[in-house]
Structures are given as structure tokens and as C-alpha cells.
Design a protein around this ligand. Structure first.
Ligand code: NDP
Length: 446
């Protein structure tokens, strides 16, 4: 990096102890050198210095009472990163690993991802270090109500519209929405991922996983390949992993592995998704329970081992930095030729370098997993219109959006790097240009 080194140095100095945020910023800045060479006016207007600094960061105490009557205290976050092209939009993550640096990395990535969707949404992210695992429904409700009591002061249908992420699914969105309504006395599209019948959109649950497969299908087809008959490994067993498995299977692939944070299952005959849905969505169990349904499957402790399984296509759908350089090398050595990121930043920058050196077909998260937020924006449109679209309508729009994301990323990649498959650069550039133009047009306060 030449032109943007000083921006990166200042991010390091001003945001100590936030390695994930540094990593996300580095990956974007590295791609943007050729863009700012073409647009010195954006450098002069401080677009880069401004885009790495959130517009607003909110941190708050969330106190609640557990089932034993004890007071518990967690920390809540909402980072409103960039509103140049629309209201802040991005999920809420409830996981013990959450801290300000994690929320900032996610919020930063969200700016470019949301821009790529072609829909008018800015970037934000939030969450808490609360761990929903093992909590009763009453405890989850108490936490969500306390969390929303503070958050409600900062969000709104035209200001900031949160959604789900790790640890925040339909149940949590319900409790959060109920509390917002209680406090504000308004029925608006302030959250997405709502239940069907009270403002939710058909196909939102499926959207991130389906969108990932639609995106990869475009990339594979452009290179004369497809999912049909291929062996696929998918990490995680949450919302994204389950619906990526469903769509990959519908496209003719054999999915042979899934995981959670404790370990992974390998089923050579192909994953029985009905069993996984029952374990995860109905019983809220662990992936290990799959052995109760299929004795011929294997369970292995530890989640990294999943990348030692031989496959054609790997779809990491669990969490950040789950594939490091070592795992990337193992995947490649075992013949894997495509990776599509369902999770946010699941590959380290060193792992991405391995994919690029081996010329893997690589769909980076910002582009490949944008189907979830795109469908959230479609939920917002339906809420504003007071209309509900059919599953087929939403799914067709999602498919079209993923195609256009692929096309704009590969076009930018071709234009700036001469390689239409360099979607890391293509997604960063295509996402950035629209936001930069908007920030430039909107000026700086004197
Ligand atoms: P869920 O909470 O539904 O599922 C997360 C899955 O990943 C679980 O299987 C979980 O296992 C596993 N996991 C979580 N943290 C870790 C960890 N530290 N190490 C290993 N495994 C872990 O979340 P989602 O499916 O919604 O999200 C998965 C990824 O996709 C995240 O990176 C998220 O940011 C991203 N994403 C989600 C979108 C959405 O619409 N939901 C949209 C775009 C991106 P366990 O149960 O053991 O914790």
C-alpha cells in the first residue's frame, strides 16, 4: 500500500486492541489503491479517512435478572458506521466473544456489502457479549427487553434497522420487537427478520444461505462449472449453514459435513437436512446429536478438522477467521477448487492469499453472503408499502440481486485488476465507489 498507508496507520493507532477491525480495514484499503489513483479528489475530500471512522458508536449496560434471581450485567453495542446511501442496516450478534472491535469489523464490512446489494441501505452492526446458550426462554426475553430499552433510543425505521446474526434468530427478534413496540407505541419496520404474520418477509430465513449458493452458481457457471454432482463441506449449523446446505442440495451437490463450535460431523452418504433442522431449529441441540439419527456418520471434536475433509467446494458459514493459512493449504492439497464465504470474514488474509495463489474460485463474504441483508431491505420495502410478497417473488428478486452483485464485482475486478475472478478486489471496489460518490456529493461540515 502506498497512498493509503497513512490511513491504515491511523486506524492502528486510534483503535488499539481491535485486530479483527484492523484486518477488515486492511483488506479493503489494499484493494482501493487503484481507485484512489483514478480519483485523487476523493483522497483530498478525506473520504478514506472518514470511511474508516464510524459515524457513531454506542456502548451501554444491559442488566437483567436470571432464573435464580441474580442480577446479571452484559455490555451492549450499536455501531452506526455509515449512512451515506441509506439508513444504517446490519445485524445484532449475541455471543460471548463480542467486543467493540468485532462489532466494528462487522459494521465496516457491512457498508460495502450493503452498497453492493444495489438497495439504499447504509452500514451498521450491534450486539452483546451475552451468551444465549443454555439460557431459558424467560432469561432470553429478559435480556432482549433490557437490551432494547436502551437500543430503542438510537434506532428507527428511517434511521437504523437492525436484524439477526449469530445468536439472534426469530425468537430474539420477536422479544426485541415486542419491547420496541411497548416503548414507542409504533408498528414500524424497525427490525428485520420478523415473524411471518407480523411484518416478516417470506424467504428472509433462507436468504443468506440461498443467496450464497446463487452467487457461487454465477461464479461457477462463468468458469464452466456447477454445483451438480460436487462434494461440498459447509461449516456451522446455524441459519446460514442450514439454508446453504438446502440450496446446494437442490442444485445437485452432495453436502458431507457440518459443524458447531464443539466439533463436526462427516456423513459420506450426504447430510440428512431434515434431521439437522430438527436438532438445531426445534430441539436447539448440538450437531453431535446427528449420530442419534445416522449411525454411519462420524463425529469429531474440534471444529477446525472439518477443513481436512476432501471436497470440491467449501462454504465456511460459522464465524470469523475459521480458515487460516494452514487450513487453506490443506483444503487445496485435498483438491478443493472453490470457496464461498457464508460467514463474515471466515478466511484470514493469509488464507485468502493461499486461495489466490492456487487460483481457486473465491466468493468473498461481502458479495457472497449479501443475500441476507438484501432480503432484509426487501422486508423494509414490504413494511413501508404495507404489502406482503410471495415466497416466489422474494426468491426471484434475491436471485436477481445475487446475479447483479456477481456481475458488478466481476466487472470492477476486470476493470481494475484485469482478472474478472478477483472478486476480493471487485467487491471492495464496486461497493466502495457508490458510497464514495455519495459521501463526496454530501460534503463535509465546515
Ligand atoms: P447462527 O447463530 O444461526 O449459527 C452460527 C453457527 O456458527 C453455529 O453453528 C455456531 O455453533 C457456529 N459458531 C459460532 N461462533 C463460533 C465460533 N466462535 N467457533 C466455531 N463455530 C462457531 O448464526 P448465523 O448462521 O446467522 O451466522 C453465521 C455467520 O454468517 C456469521 O459470521 C454471521 O455474521 C454471518 N452472516 C449471517 C447472516 C444472517 O442473515 N444470519 C447474514 C450475513 C452473514 P455454536 O452453536 O456451537 O455456537
Amino acid at each position: 500500500m502506498k497512498l493509503l498507508q497513512s490511513v491504515y496507520d491511523s486506524v492502528l493507532a486510534r483503535n488499539p486492541g481491535q485486530p479483527e477491525f484492523h484486518q477488515a480495514v486492511y483488506e479493503v484499503l489494499e484493494s482501493l489503491e487503484p481507485v484512489v489513483e483514478k480519483h485523487p479528489e476523493w483522497l483530498k475530500a478525506g473520504i478514506l479517512d472518514r470511511i474508516v471512522e464510524p459515524e457513531r458508536q454506542i456502548m451501554f449496560r444491559v442488566s437483567w435478572i436470571d432464573d435464580q434471581g441474580n442480577v446479571q450485567v452484559n455490555r451492549g453495542y450499536r455501531v452506526q458506521f455509515n449512512s451515506a446511501i441509506g439508513p444504517y442496516k446490519g445485524g445484532l450478534r449475541f455471543h460471548p466473544s463480542v467486543n467493540l472491535g468485532i462489532i466494528k469489523f462487522l459494521g465496516f464490512e457491512q457498508i460495502f456489502k450493503n452498497s453492493l446489494t444495489t438497495l439504499p441501505i447504509g452500514g451498521g452492526k450491534g450486539g452483546s457479549d451475552f451468551d444465549p446458550k443454555g439460557k431459558s426462554d424467560r432469561e432470553i426475553m429478559a435480556f432482549c427487553q433490557s437490551f432494547m430499552t436502551e437500543l430503542s433510543m438510537h434506532i428507527g425505521a428511517d434511521t437504523d434497522v437492525p436484524a439477526g446474526d449469530i445468536g439472534v434468530g426469530a425468537r430474539e427478534i420477536g422479544f426485541l420487537y415486542g419491547q420496541y413496540k411497548r416503548l414507542r407505541n409504533e408498528f414500524t419496520g424497525v427490525l428485520t427478520g420478523k415473524g411471518l404474520g407480523w411484518g416478516g418477509s417470506l424467504a428472509r430465513t433462507e436468504a443468506t444461505g440461498y443467496g450464497l449458493c446463487y452467487f457461487m452458481d454465477n461464479l461457477l457457471k462463468a468458469n464452466g462449472k456447477s454445483f451438480d454432482g460436487k462434494t461440498v463441506v459447509i461449516s456451522g449449523s446455524g441459519n446460514v449453514a442450514i439454508y446453504a446446505t438446502e440450496k446446494a442440495q437442490q442444485m445437485g451437490a452432495k453436502v458431507v459435513a457440518l459443524s458447531d463450535s464443539n466439533g463436526y460431523i462427516y456423513h459420506a452418504a450426504g447430510i440428512d437436512l431434515a434431521a439437522v433442522k430438527e436438532i438445531k431449529e426445534v430441539k436447539r441441540g448440538r450437531i453431535k446429536d446427528y449420530l442419534n439419527y445416522h449411525k454411519d456418520a462420524e463425529y469429531h471434536e474440534g471444529c477446525r478438522g472439518i477443513w481436512t475433509i476432501k471436497c470440491d467446494i467449501a462454504l465456511p458459514c460459522a464465524t470469523q477467521n475459521e480458515i487460516d493459512a494452514e487450513s487453506a493449504k490443506t483444503l487445496i492439497a485435498n483438491g478443493c477448487w472453490a470457496v464461498g464465504e457464508g460467514a463474515n470474514m471466515p478466511s484470514t488474509n493469509e488464507a485468502i492469499a493461499q486461495y489466490q495463489a492456487a487460483k481457486l474460485l473465491f466468493g468473498p463474504a461481502k458479495a457472497a453472503n449479501a443475500g441476507g441483508v438484501a432480503t432484509s431491505a426487501l422486508e423494509m420495502s414490504q413494511n413501508s408499502q404495507r404489502l406482503e410478497w410471495t415466497f416466489e417473488e422474494v426468491d426471484a428478486k434475491l436471485k436477481g440481486i445475487m446475479k447483479s452483485i456477481y456481475e458488478s464485482a466481476s466487472k470492477a475486478a476486470q476493470e481494475y485488476t484485469g482478472d474478472s475472478n478477483n472478486l476480493v478486489a471487485g467487491a471492495n471496489i464496486a461497493g466502495f465507489v457508490k458510497v464514495a460518490k455519495a459521501m463526496y456529493a454530501q460534503g463535509v461540515a465546515y
